[in-house]
Design a protein around this ligand. Structure first.
Ligand code: LLP
Length: 415
């Protein structure tokens, strides 16, 4: 899974720090991230593409914590954003606006204005209507918007249908066959400057072939554009590289890079990537305490203090996350548990049929929870969101306080 969270004797540790100590100090549920793991993942990506001019635009949605954005900004990263809110976060965390690409199918005029005023690197435009609106908004500000079209290459990413984005039936991007004409229109608009092409075909991909197929279609279209006199400065190949949660065997970053670099041999455009999960997924865990063990009629339950509001992936995608006790013990019998939260929904589970030797009060680590964990959390059941801790060189830093219940209704009014 990851060498950054491993047992030392019976203690699951990050750096040399036992996770049980972090749970005691900050309470649970609590997300814990490894600075070393985040840094190593970013460096591995940068290293793999170092032979080419490139920019790694971390997909903020995977984990938008200011401390994590700041860490990546210091390493030289750019950012892929999908809202004005994410742009403000990036800027608050010390990210550079001129390394920001703005993706998303539904950008509002207000978000466009914000991004134009910040002078971001590129808008990844996803429709003809968006292109016209961007031209208008830019015109009203006396600015010129740099754009890519996000083309939909109609490639099967072979991943979960909810996170597959590159098929004709998906809402994302401009249809491949219509992109050339839309590029011509873009080139003719006074407040638009065409700078690149973008594609992103889905998330948690565990094979390289769909990436290569998408890149080849992007290149073919770029060549057609050159015939029309439209020369691109960059190619943005999106994110999507998967990680191992259980028994998946995703390509290494080096394999992914090699395959893409081979497909791109002889091209001079700057490359942009938008990885999210691969940079943060395996760098974080969610700590949760067992409140009760309960023997049901058919199943045994470990009722934990984290729930679907803290980690939505199991409920939403039936996603698998490994679950490990932070202190392994041999004084209790092993049993098969449904690991479930306190939320009033049958879909509120963290893991099915897990073999664990545990007692009430024990702390569990839900592994590989660094991506789309905290970022998709909610306050369902009026549950304050978890604390977040970043461990750097063996020292734990609270990077987000646990929410208070009072703050949850602070903006509400009774009539
Ligand atoms: N670029 C764009 C335009 C995207 O839509 C995404 C993710 C990324 C980059 C980053 O993809 P990554 O490298 O992280 O695969 N909530 C789901 C994942 C949704 C991904 C949405 N878009 C999950 O928990 O699995």
């Amino acid at each position: 899974m990851t060498p950054y969270f491993s047992y030392q004797q019976d203690q699951l540790c990050v750096d040399d720090l036992p996770l049980v100590d972090i749970a005691q100090r900050y309470g649970t549920p609590c997300y814990v991230y490894s600075h070393a793991a985040l840094t190593a993942a970013y460096r591995e990506f940068a290293e793999a593409f170092k032979s080419r001019e490139h920019l790694i635009c971390y997909a903020v949605k995977a984990n938008p914590s200011l401390a994590i954005l700041n860490l990546f900004a210091r390493l030289g990263a750019g950012f892929d954003i999908v809202s004005g809110g994410e742009l403000q976060r990036v800027l608050a965390a010390g990210g550079a606006a001129n390394k920001v690409v703005f993706s998303g199918v539904g950008k509002s005029a207000a978000e466009m204005k914000l991004a134009l005023e910040a002078e971001i690197l590129c808008f990844n435009v996803e429709s003809a209507a968006e292109l016209e609106r961007l031209n208008e908004v830019a015109g009203s500000l006396g600015r010129v918007a740099p754009i890519s079209l996000r083309v939909n290459p109609n490639v099967d990413a072979k991943t979960h249908p909810y996170i597959s984005t590159g098929l004709k039936k998906n809402k994302f991007g401009v249809a491949y066959d219509e992109a050339r004409a839309l590029y011509r229109r873009a080139a003719a608009l006074p407040n638009i400057r065409v700078t690149g092409m973008d594609c992103h075909i889905g998330s948690q991909l565990t094979e390289v072939s769909p990436f290569v197929a998408a890149a080849e279609k992007v290149l073919a279209l770029a060549d057609q554009l050159a015939e029309d006199g439209i020369v691109l400065e960059h190619l943005d190949l999106g994110g999507g590289l998967g990680i191992c949660y259980n028994d998946e065997t995703p390509p290494s970053i080096a394999e992914y890079a090699q395959a893409l670099l081979a497909a791109l041999a002889g091209r001079s455009e700057r490359l942009i990537f938008e990885p999210g999960r691969r940079l943060v997924g395996n760098a974080g865990v969610l700590l949760t305490t067992i409140e009760y063990l309960k023997q049901g009629e058919e199943k045994s339950f470990a009722l934990v203090d984290a729930a679907m509001n803290d980690l939505m992936r199991p409920a939403l995608y039936d996603a698998y996350h490994a679950i490990q006790p932070v202190v392994s013990r041999s004084d209790v019998a092993t049993a098969i548990y449904e690991v479930v939260g306190p939320v009033c929904e049958t879909g509120d589970f963290i893991g099915h049929d897990r073999e664990l030797a545990v007692a009430a009060g024990d702390v569990l680590a839900v592994m590989s929870a660094g991506a789309y964990g905290m970022s998709m959390s909610s306050n369902y059941n009026t549950r304050p969101r978890a604390a977040e801790v970043l461990v750097r060189e063996g020292e734990a830093h609270l990077i987000r306080e646990r929410e208070t219940v009072r703050s949850l209704y602070a903006n509400e009014r009774v009539v």
